[in-house]
Ligand binder design. Sequence first.
Ligand SMILES: [Zn+2]
Ligand SMILES: [Zn+2]
Length: 238
Amino acid sequence: LEEWERYERLIALLCSEEYSDTDTTVIPNAKIMGAVSGVLRQVDVLIDRRFDERRDRRIVVDAKRHARPLDVKDVEEFEGMLRDCAASKGILVCPNGFTPAAKRRATDFIDIRIVALDELDSLDLAAWDDCSSDGCLKRKSRGLVLWDSPSSALTPSGATSVFCVGKCDRCSNFHLWCWDCGKKFALGDEDEHQCCGEGGRDWFWLTAIEEEDDGARAVYLLLTGLRDVLLIERKPAR
Ligand SMILES: [Zn+2]
Ligand SMILES: [Zn+2]
């Protein structure tokens, strides 16, 4: 793997460790329709609300591969991207520092963080799951799954069910890791999968594309088979 691909994955992992929680999802290599430009923007890491489309917590993370320190121009370009992505905040990550002017230009909306390349030594990509979706199987370099922290749902009988949701960092497909039956599987954007099926439990995992209030399309991941349909997570549709 190219060092740069490893670096992007390290940044995604660091973001996931820092931000993924019950209300927040961390999406590697997201594509967002630009609100101003009307073209698809590639986002290294998107941190967004897990359950609804409000943008007030949306953070866009961009890793800059420059061998030189970041300068004012890098920050201004990033600021334009934040506006296009309707983000409330941005994080610029770079391995080689930034100029004092870049820091001043960043103001309150942009954090500049240095993550040194030698931190890659601690990254063990062998421990990451390969994407198992059909689309990725055809690629030369298959995507890896970035798992969120575990979530849980109450079953009708009052028991707690635990699972992890992941996203592929190439094709962006949802992945599910059901801790009740131990199965891991991928879901396309309009897809369904059943698991468990023992002890009176049937989990039906379902994905559907929905149009949100601002006209952007999102993929919703739902869990059915409970009394109510449970919204598990959402991500921008590609
Ligand atoms: Zn994939
Ligand atoms: Zn299961």
